[in-house]
Design a protein around this ligand. Structure first.
Ligand SMILES: [Zn+2]
Length: 347
């Protein structure tokens, strides 16, 4: 009992010692304990308010802006980061169903003998609406090169035989590439690569056909005729080895057939664009074929050049025989010959 009384007297004396200090915190009638309780109650509330404010600021920072509100110049800068050369047909990839927009897919394209450029970005964003797609495609048509190819892997024979001699195949099934005439009309730079086997000429004897009657050639002309704004249009005719056929026939028919485009010999309406250059190659070693370039300065005449770009001579034109073609293709370059003779003399 005396112990309890003693501790009570100590507590009373300690309380009296702290009394002045506590009195200072007795503000507006609140005791310290009440202040602490109030603070404990308000603290979570303050935390919640602060957190909400922080989230709101974050949301405002991430709030999407309207891309179309940007001026055209800035939109063009964005498009520039996504420009790639379109490739028709797109390189095969995991058997994904093909569509006209397939070249826009993000690419992990590896493969093929045509070695397409490596692509990494997805371009599905440009399908967002018609305006964005149209602006982006306009830029591609002006700045990039459309690559068209026909290879033994992608070649599809015509689905039906035309009933008369030279009717233009117009059905979608006979299209060589899955591209619309409207888009073709905007293309400014085009590269056409033919990797051709003898069977793709569609005849058993190449001497029995004319270049203009080549079915694949006619189908290509029928599509390419829509390119009304072309500035550069090149053909690379590559012949795949065949023990029974001379590759000359493939080169001859491919070049003569497509040289018809844009000339009075064209069998399409409209006449279509004229090629600007033609190169020839083999899948194996070759002695070095000359190539053709259309010379605008001389009225658009075709001119042969050696592999070192020396002038060989003018082309014979639409009536050229395969023998004359062969002579031009392998005509020796007088400048290169002089150089070689000089080198030999020095040795
Ligand atoms: Zn030369």
């Amino acid at each position: 009992m005396s112990i309890v009384m003693a501790s009570a007297s100590i507590k009373t004396s300690e309380l009296s010692r702290w009394q002045p200090w506590l009195a200072e915190y007795n503000i507006a009638g609140f005791e310290l304990k009440e202040w602490i309780t109030l603070l404990a109650l308000l603290l979570p509330l303050l935390c919640v308010v602060a957190f909400r404010k922080y989230r709101k600021m974050q949301y405002q920072n991430k709030k999407p802006f309207r891309f179309l509100d940007l001026p055209q110049e800035l939109r063009d800068i964005v498009y520039e980061h996504f420009l790639d050369d379109p490739i028709y047909p797109p390189p095969a990839r995991n058997e994904i169903q093909r569509s006209t927009l397939n070249w826009m897919r993000p690419a992990r394209w590896t493969s093929t003998s045509t070695s397409p450029p490596v692509r990494h970005e997805s371009k599905w964003i440009f399908l967002a609406n018609k305006q964005v797609y149209s602006e982006y495609m306009d830029m591609i048509c002006k700045r990039k090169t459309f690559h068209f190819s026909v290879t033994p892997q992608t070649y599809k024979p015509a689905t039906s035989t035309p009933p008369s001699a030279f009717p233009a195949p117009s059905t979608q099934d006979n299209r060589v590439w899955n591209i619309s005439p409207d888009l073709l009309s905007k293309v400014q730079n085009c590269s056409l690569k033919l990797v051709t086997t003898s069977s793709m000429l569609g005849v058993t004897d190449p001497r029995s056909m004319t270049s203009s009657s080549w079915t694949l050639g006619r189908r290509m002309r029928e599509q390419l005729k829509h390119m009304s704004n072309v500035k550069t249009f090149t053909l690379d005719a590559k012949a795949l080895g065949d023990p029974l056929w001379n590759p000359l026939w493939i080169w001859y028919h491919a070049s003569q057939s497509l040289k018809m485009l844009g000339t009075e010999y064209s069998d399409t309406v409209p006449r279509g664009p004229q090629l600007t250059g033609i190169t020839f190659s083999l899948d194996t070693w070759s002695p070095g074929e000359n190539y053709l370039r259309r010379d605008e300065a001389s009225g658009g005449q075709w001119v042969w050049y050696c592999m070192k770009n020396h002038l060989i001579g003018t082309d014979m034109g639409a009536d050229m025989t395969v023998r004359e073609f062969c002579a031009k293709l392998y005509q020796e370059c007088s400048i290169c010959r002089v150089d070689e003779e000089g080198d030999t003399t020095v040795i």
